[in-house]
Design a binder for this molecule. Structure first.
Ligand code: HEM
Length: 455
């Protein structure tokens, strides 16, 4: 007999509960971590109406999943559901459109281009630092969100988009607020009920985003000036036949970059401040590096490669609190992962939140130890034991942008101020599209002692 072979896994009932049919994703990280503990590198189970699920916690299998051809696997349900907002943008589109668009957008992320955005990033962080008052209490998560959105808007649209950034921020928050309902077992059904409160909220927010973005596109097409920003690159790019990108696709790409480009970086920084407030030794070492590299000046783009410990701090924050915490794929043509054969229709899941803490690969997996990135400990790790930016042909296009932004923002702010935690009890996770903190991260602003009075 030619029976298929499957690894062990949870019962259908346990999996149904664990994957939250209500769309509330809070229990999902715990469920996935338990799968890893109970079944090891790979677990598999059936879900009605007859779909096989696979959960991977093994770097070699994760690599095989992420490097599978885009003609054999497509994005999982989470990102499929995001299409209602992001259309055919890079994050959500399938092949062959994805590859064609990726080629067009890629020049905006070349190293020299990103170095050009670095000055905008530093200026935005300086403006935030200037607005802080000694002793005040701030919600670091909200502050980082505003800062990252402003940077995304400024690098994407370059014009002074302060008012637009607020409108965009509010509308994006609305669209994310309805995400759990949209992920529920009835999500697709709700889409077809125009008067359902979730559908109405979502449609109104999307229309608001469209108004701003189409206006920005029209203004730019009209003045025809190449401002060297992402929007100019999208508007001046041509496909193989010399045809410009249609406005609807420019809109999808612009909105995708705006959303993917700020929410993730904002979360990275929020979790970084939280970790530093809890780990004085790491904070001291960061301050020592900033004093040595910058002295009493703000960073300039060329400082980026010298801020090595700052980079390690960011790397470690993304290990423990990966902003993209889960990745999914749906198999459309049978594939092989290691020794396993996956039929069309199968769903594959991997989670950075689980694999980044697998004790098989990480020493003291739960501890925030940025030094692990420079003491040789991580040199022998298999490639996909750490994959905050994914991998393969769908690897994050903004990876270099994100590292530059996170390191320079951390350096600009931490040189001037220290954020002291007001509540050091564990922060619950709010796993949505990205991994957000489940409560506001309130912190006191203190000037850095060594820098009082310095500019
Ligand atoms: C810390 C910050 C960031 C993290 C952790 C992150 C993470 C990721 C991950 C894991 C993926 C792959 C998703 C998948 O395979 O299903 C991805 C894709 C993507 N990211 Fe990022 N990202 C970050 C910042 C950015 C920035 C700054 C931008 C743009 C300015 C950006 C734009 C994109 C786009 C367009 C894609 C889709 C790429 C494609 O499929 O060709 N990301 N990101």
């Amino acid at each position: 007999m030619n029976a298929r072979r499957y690894p062990p896994g949870p019962s259908m009932l346990a999996a149904f509960g664990g994957l939250s049919p209500s769309g509330d994703l809070h229990r999902v990280p715990g469920f996935l971590a338990k799968l890893s503990r109970d079944y090891g590198p790979v677990a598999s189970w059936w879900m009605p109406p007859g779909r096989r699920f696979w959960f991977l916690d093994d770097p070699a299998l994760i690599e095989a999943m992420l490097t599978a051809s885009g003609f054999d696997v497509i994005k999982g349900r989470g990102l499929q559901r995001m299409r209602r907002l992001l259309g055919e943008g890079l994050l959500t589109s399938d092949e062959p459109l994805h590859l064609q668009q990726r080629r067009l957008v890629q020049p905006a992320f070349h190293r020299e281009r990103v170095a050009g955005y670095a000055a905008t990033m530093i200026a935005a962080a300086r403006a935030v630092a200037d607005g802080l008052t000694d002793g005040e209490t701030i919600a670091v998560d909200a502050l980082m969100n505003r800062l990252a959105l402003r940077i995304a808007a400024a690098t994407l649209f370059s014009a002074d988009v302060d008012d637009d950034a607020d409108t965009i921020g509010a509308a994006l928050t609305e669209t994310m607020a309805v995400f759990p309902a949209s992920m529920s077992a009835f999500g697709e059904l709700i889409d077809h009920l125009p008067f359902h409160p979730t559908t109405r909220r979502f449609t109104a927010a999307r229309a608001q985003l469209d108004r701003v973005i189409f206006r920005l596109i029209e203004e730019r097409r009209h003045d025809g000036v190449d401002r060297g920003d992402l929007l100019s690159i999208l508007l001046t790019s041509h496909d193989g036949d010399g045809a410009p990108m249609p406005d609807a696709l420019v809109r999808d790409e612009a909105l995708t970059l705006l959303l993917a480009g700020h929410e993730t970086t904002a979360n990275t920084l929020t979790w970084t401040w939280d970790a530093l407030a809890r780990t004085p030794a790491a904070e001291d070492r960061l301050h020592a590096e900033l004093d040595a590299v910058l002295g009493d000046r703000d960073p300039v783009p060329d400082d980026y490669p010298r801020l090595r410990f700052a980079r390690d701090v960011i790397a470690e924050a993304m290990r423990l609190r990966p902003p993209a915490w889960v990745l999914g794929r749906r198999v459309i043509r049978p594939i092989r992962l290691g020794t396993w054969q996956l039929e069309a229709g199968s769903v594959i899941i991997a989670s950075q939140l689980v694999t980044h803490r697998n004790p098989h690969y990480w020493t003291e997996p739960e501890a925030f130890r940025p030094e692990r990135w420079s003491n040789g400990e991580t040199e022998t790790l298999p490639k996909f034991a750490y994959f905050p930016f994914g991998g393969g042909n769908r690897i994050c296009i903004g990876e270099n942008f994100a590292w530059t932004e996170a390191v320079l923002l951390l350096a600009t702010l931490a040189r001037r101020v220290r954020f002291r935690g007001t509540d050091l009890s564990p922060v619950p996770l709010d796993p949505l599209v990205t991994l957000r903190p489940g409560r506001p991260i309130l912190m006191h602003v203190e000037p850095r002692r060594s820098l009082v009075g310095a500019q």
